[in-house]
Ligand binder design. Structure first.
Ligand SMILES: [Zn+2]
Length: 280
């Protein structure tokens, strides 16, 4: 049980850093995950730039977005976005709120984002929410539970909601699915903007979008992309410290390698021989 929780919390930090590295999150935005053993709670980092968040920064909140244990940490003012979506959607296990510039032109103009390439279909039918409709002039932040509940209603049974003049909120059944959906929604928005500059936008048909979303949301795709994005954050030096279980299994793997199972010659050696042949 403890291992599952430790893995999920580690994965939350990995997802957060992937989304920062992919330019979805910047100084602002946040990712959360539902507690794997208690659906009435969720975890979210304390108030800080997402790329800087560590496992030690995670706070456990009730679905009313109140800390389970007293904490001195300052919390995100928009945490109710997460709590109210978890309340309304038992199938949702991960949520991100962001202000990615790829989607903001659509949140400003009201232009619909439509799937313009196959991977874009995973965003589903994108919903719109305007805080002003129900709450008039505000500071634009979703801070009251009723504001979060209103946003959750606008999301409905869908996965992505654009927030007028502010940003977007995305939901997922897991952190990996959420990351996949969020990155490809931003890619789709960027491609749609470029295609609109060319003139005609040829979107997927509703049937294509449904079939493609079902196919691409499965673990063979989401895990493959996850592994790729993990490699990107490793290269960027952003990978968080491993969990205790990951350290143990890593040490075991190293020890196994030392005991000397037969191994193929290293790739680098093979490459060198090809190069040297070419030189000749
Ligand atoms: Zn925001």
């Amino acid at each position: 049980m403890a291992d599952v929780l430790a893995e999920i919390l580690h994965e939350l930090i990995v997802a957060t850093r992937i989304l920062a590295n992919e330019k979805v999150l910047d100084a602002f935005g946040h990712v959360s995950v539902r507690h794997p053993h208690d659906p009435q709670r969720y975890f979210i980092p304390r108030h800080r730039a997402p790329e800087l968040a560590e496992v030690a920064d995670l706070v456990e909140l009730t679905l009313d977005s109140e800390p389970v244990r007293p904490t001195d940490y300052r919390l995100y003012s928009e945490k109710v976005i997460h709590g109210e979506i978890y309340k309304a959607r038992p199938d949702v296990h991960a949520v991100v709120h962001h202000h990615a510039h790829a989607v903001l032109p659509y949140a400003i103009s009201g232009q619909e984002i439509v799937p313009v390439f196959h991977l874009g279909a995973v965003m589903g039918k994108v919903q719109f929410w305007d805080q002003r409709d129900e709450f008039g002039d505000t500071n634009m932040l979703v801070v009251k539970p009723e504001e979060g509940a209103s946003l959750a209603r606008a999301l409905g049974s869908h996965w992505t909601v654009l927030m007028r003049r502010h940003g977007a909120t995305v939901a997922g059944t897991s952190l990996r699915e959420l990351t996949f959906r969020t990155v490809f929604t931003c890619d789709n928005a960027r491609l749609q903007s470029q295609a609109m500059a060319h003139g005609h936008v040829d979107a997927l048909s509703p049937g294509e979008a449904k079939l493609t979303a079902a196919h691409q949301s499965r673990p063979p795709s989401t895990n493959r992309a996850w592994d790729y994005w993990v490699r990107q954050i490793e290269k960027a030096g952003l990978m968080p410290a491993p969990t205790a279980a990951q350290r143990t299994s890593g040490a075991r793997a190293k020890a196994g390698a030392k005991t000397g199972a037969k191994r193929a010659p290293p790739k680098s050696a093979r490459k060198t021989s090809v190069k040297s042949k070419r030189r000749r």
